[in-house]
Design a protein around this ligand. Structure first.
Ligand SMILES: *[C@@H]1O[C@H](CO)[C@@H](O)[C@H](O)[C@H]1NC(C)=O
Ligand SMILES: *[C@@H]1O[C@H](CO)[C@@H](O)[C@H](O)[C@H]1NC(C)=O
Ligand SMILES: *[C@@H]1O[C@H](CO)[C@@H](O)[C@H](O)[C@H]1NC(C)=O
Length: 354
């Protein structure tokens, strides 16, 4: 069965409630509006950049909407005013929307720890397709203590930046269905004094999940299991009880065109259905890389627990949304025992067995 039959394709279903009806069933083009965040600049080095010590990377600058009264207002407050001006002034035309997406990678999970422990070749070619090693479980893994610590660091950051630095409260929260993300979101936004109109009310979206490799860390738990672990989560319409996308059991993993297609689909869904401007997304390294490609952002790799904001401009363009590329999955090889090594572009070099 094709993915498009399993999930209502974003933007195609005519719902009366769409917040952006002009874009429904149309093609949407995304661009990253540069000049607001350090992460957009070529000389910012992703590997050493830390959102927490740099106000999420927000640049100190003026905006056309600054006025005499805004001199002492925090940078975030003035930026938010500019973004709402951009939205007000293009909504008349109906074909453009702006949103600020703040995308966080989950804290370190047991699969990350295992990859470091075994080394990447042995991880990819052997260990990653098992559920664990007897002492650690890495099938839909939980956070390691270091990973929880990264989420608590984010919690402290948002607490202080909402309260003292004018960072706007998020209007919507989305998370990948994988436990490392639901748990990260839950810890990151716990016990924060939020206004009643902007509660932490996270929605699980299937397509914010990690690239669907044959690794067991990319196979999600059932909806009931996810719900039981964190009852506060809501699920998007059509979210299935079981994971119907993972194909590790037949050794097939998702290919990049397919991942980028579903990144575009989930963004289309959020832009068409959700009126919010300030949006939090908790996802994964590979999936955020894919979202950044679709958003026209430069490549920016995130370490575990890192966060990147993007000012996104979305425009309705001619044409219908891209359909799901076929094939979307391809065969991935592994070894029956820990491999000798793996070679980039060639894959696993297995131990010879007579
Ligand atoms: C903006 O200014 C503040 C206060 O002077 C400073 O702490 C911060 O590092 C500056 N941010 C950037 C991106 O230059
Ligand atoms: C299992 O993997 C973990 C790393 O995730 C490691 O710390 C542990 O020692 C491993 N257990 C065995 C029995 O090798
Ligand atoms: C979710 O957050 C609540 C509130 O901090 C906490 O009590 C609970 O243990 C968390 N659940 C998980 C699975 O992290």
């Amino acid at each position: 069965m094709k993915l498009s039959q399993l999930l209502p394709l974003a933007g195609l279903a005519a719902t009366a409630s769409a917040s952006w009806p002009e874009a429904q069933g149309k093609s949407i083009k995304y661009t990253t509006v540069q000049g607001y965040f350090l992460q957009d600049e070529a000389d910012t080095v992703p590997g050493t950049f830390d959102y927490a010590s740099s106000n999420l990377g927000l640049l100190n600058r003026t905006y056309p909407t600054d006025n005499d009264a805004s001199g002492d207002a925090p940078q975030w407050e003035r930026f938010a005013r500019w973004v709402s001006y951009l939205n007000r002034n293009c909504r008349n035309k109906g074909d453009v929307r702006y949103k600020v997406l703040v995308m966080g990678r989950h804290g370190e999970g047991w699969h990350n720890a295992a990859e470091s422990f075994y080394g990447t070749p042995a991880w990819n070619c052997y260990w990653s397709v098992l559920d664990g090693n007897g002492t650690t479980v890495w099938a839909d893994p939980l956070l390691t203590p270091a990973g929880s610590h990264e989420a608590l660091k984010a919690n402290a950051f948002f607490k202080s930046h909402f309260a003292d630095h004018g960072l706007p409260y998020f209007e919507s929260y989305y998370t990948s269905p994988l436990m490392r993300c639901t748990t990260t979101a839950n810890l990151t936004f716990a016990d924060i004094d939020l206004p009643e109109t902007r509660p932490f009310d996270p929605v699980v979206k299937e397509f914010f999940r990690e690239g669907i490799s044959i690794h067991t860390c990319d196979r999600r738990s059932s909806k009931s299991h996810i719900h039981a672990a964190i009852p506060a989560l809501r699920f998007e319409d059509g979210f299935t009880e079981e994971d119907e996308l993972w194909r590790g059991d037949v050794s097939e993993g998702e290919i990049q065109p397919h991942q980028d297609w579903r990144s575009q689909s989930v963004l289309d869904d959020v832009f068409v259905e959700d009126d919010a401007t300030w949006i939090s997304v908790t996802s994964h390294s590979g999936e955020i890389r894919s979202l950044l490609r679709v958003l026209g952002h430069r490549e920016f790799s995130l370490s575990t627990g890192q966060i990147i904001p993007v000012l996104v401009k979305a425009e309705v363009v001619e044409g219908t949304p891209t359909t799901e590329p076929l094939p979307g999955f391809t065969s991935e090889a592994t070894c029956d025992a820990p491999p000798v090594t793996s070679v980039a572009g060639q894959g696993c070099v297995c131990t010879q067995t007579a």
